[in-house]
Design a protein around this ligand. Structure first.
Ligand SMILES: Nc1nc2c(ncn2[C@@H]2O[C@H](COP(=O)(O)OP(=O)(O)OP(=O)(O)O)[C@@H](O)[C@H]2O)c(=O)[nH]1
Ligand SMILES: [Mg+2]
Length: 445
């Protein structure tokens, strides 16, 4: 789909940032330059790029980010949040009328995908809301346009209202609404004619339908493949006719995706659906947040970061700090940490949210939570004295612990070794600088 190349480039930038323990103002500047280029190459509107970069730079340059333990990660989150915001933050749905049939009018240039989208939309609304839509054939100019709507309508089993090509679109629409009222159809979805370019004739005709039938929703179909032209078309339609939302079609193609990122910011009108293929089921409601994650190819890393942050709150960080300074690292603390990880959810779910893993966990591979349960069982079968001072654990104690936990002595050895490594790692948290960072809510493992 679109965005692949943008996603790859952004991930290249993030990878560099993540590989650094510390990120400087200069690093941010260089990264922002690369992000800017990537967006421009993806055909995002240059004004949109400029504002986007200045917002991300401002947020990323704060001390909170630069001095945190995971500056790279935080910048990814900022970019993701800003991309989401750019596309309108939340999903924009169709506004259904509370009384009478909702009238939806599909408009757009020739070949944008109006007729196909009418059928897709009707099918989706029928299924999702259990409604009985009616399609209306108002393209009386292009030969075979009516027939085309009848064909796609039949494919999705939605009735099509037509009066041939001798009546005006206004008369047809009015008659269709009467028909819908009589037969209990709702919504009424009007397929209009397209033109090669925006011209007065087209706008006058659409304005005429608008004035006479007062549609609840005017949706503009634009072809993602036309890039910035799609954005310009949307702007003109919005200025001259007024639209309520955009349906961006052909996002399955090799469009660079910039139009989808720009249209909301330029026109102030949200994308409500995206067309993802020629099949009549290939229409998706548009979720800005999911689209941003998709662009960044991030699996659901943000949910993961959120979970980690909430599982390890500030109070616990202080408690950990206190224990580290007073008692040094011990196995009880290790046990605590294992429990923090468990709080984030089933291990398999946590791992599947990691970038690059996503749904790609190889078939047949399952990760079971016993991998966390085993060390826990081992530590639990130690005495408090052993947990506090693992160096006293000799061969006979090991045997006893292994028996108690139902594991082999090697497993106890492995755990003690792992603990030793962790202890080395934790030593660095003892520096005053680290402690300061952790107080800000840094994530210590
Ligand atoms: N790949 C892909 N093709 C699409 C999508 N939406 C529409 N198309 C194709 O685009 C072509 C034009 O679609 P139509 O629905 O006829 O477009 P239109 O806006 O009604 O065109 P006119 O009535 O001539 O103005 C058709 O071949 C559709 O199958 C989409 O989301 N993805
Ligand atoms: Mg058509």
């Amino acid at each position: 789909m679109a965005f692949e190349s943008l996603g790859e480039k952004l991930n290249g930038v993030f990878k560099k940032l993540r590989s650094r323990g510390k990120v400087s103002e200069a690093d941010i500047k260089a990264s922002m330059r690369e992000i800017k280029l990537a967006l421009l190459e993806a055909d995002v509107n240059f004004k949109v790029v400029k504002e986007f970069i200045s917002r991300v730079t401002e947020k990323a340059s704060g001390a909170q980010v630069l001095e945190s333990l995971t500056p790279g990660q935080q910048i990814v989150k900022i970019v993701n949040d800003e991309l989401t915001e750019l596309m309108g933050s939340t999903q924009s749905r169709i506004n259904f009328s509370s009384k009478g049939p909702t009238v939806i009018m599909l408009v757009g240039l020739q070949g944008a995908g109006k007729t196909t989208t009418c059928a897709k939309l009707a099918a989706q609304i029928k299924k999702q809301y259990e409604k009985r839509p009616l399609l209306v054939a108002c393209d009386v100019y292009r030969p075979a346009a009516i027939k085309q709507l009848e064909v796609v309508g039949a494919q999705v089993e939605i009735p099509v209202f037509t009066m041939g090509d001798k009546k005006s679109p206004v008369d047809i629409s009015k008659a269709a609404i009467e028909h819908a009222v009589k037969h209990g159809n709702d919504p009424v979805i009007i397929d209009t004619a397209g033109r090669l370019h925006i011209n007065e004739e087209l706008m006058a005709e659409l304005a005429d339908i608008k004035a006479n039938v007062k549609p609840h929703e005017i949706l503009l179909a634009v072809d993602a493949m036309t890039g910035q032209d799609a954005v310009n078309v949307a702007q003109s339609f919005n200025e001259q006719l007024g639209i309520d939302g955009v349906i961006m079609t052909k996002l399955d193609g090799d469009a660079r995706g910039g139009a989808a990122l720009s249209v909301r910011h330029v026109t102030g009108k949200p994308i409500k659906y995206v067309g993802m293929g020629e099949k009549l089921t290939d229409l998706e409601p548009f979720y800005p947040d999911r689209m941003a994650s998709r662009i960044l190819g991030m699996g659901d890393v943000l949910t993961l970061i959120d979970k980690a942050q909430s599982a390890f709150d500030e109070k616990q960080a202080e408690e950990l700090e206190r224990k580290l300074t007073q008692d040094g690292m011990d196995l009880e603390l290790f046990l605590d940490q294992l429990q923090q990880i468990k709080k984030m959810g089933p291990l398999e779910q946590v791992i599947s949210m990691l970038p690059g893993v996503g749904n790609k966990l190889p078939a047949g591979v399952s990760i079971d939570d016993k991998q966390l349960a085993r060390p826990e069982a081992i530590i639990r079968s130690m005495t408090l004295k052993e947990r506090r001072n693992p160096s006293i654990i000799n061969a006979s104690r090991k045997q006893r612990i292994a028996n108690g936990a139902g594991v082999r002595v090697q497993d106890v050895n492995a755990l003690l070794k792992q603990f030793d490594q962790m202890k080395q790692m934790m030593k660095q948290f003892n520096s005053p600088k680290m402690k300061k960072r952790m107080k800000r809510g840094g994530f210590p493992f």
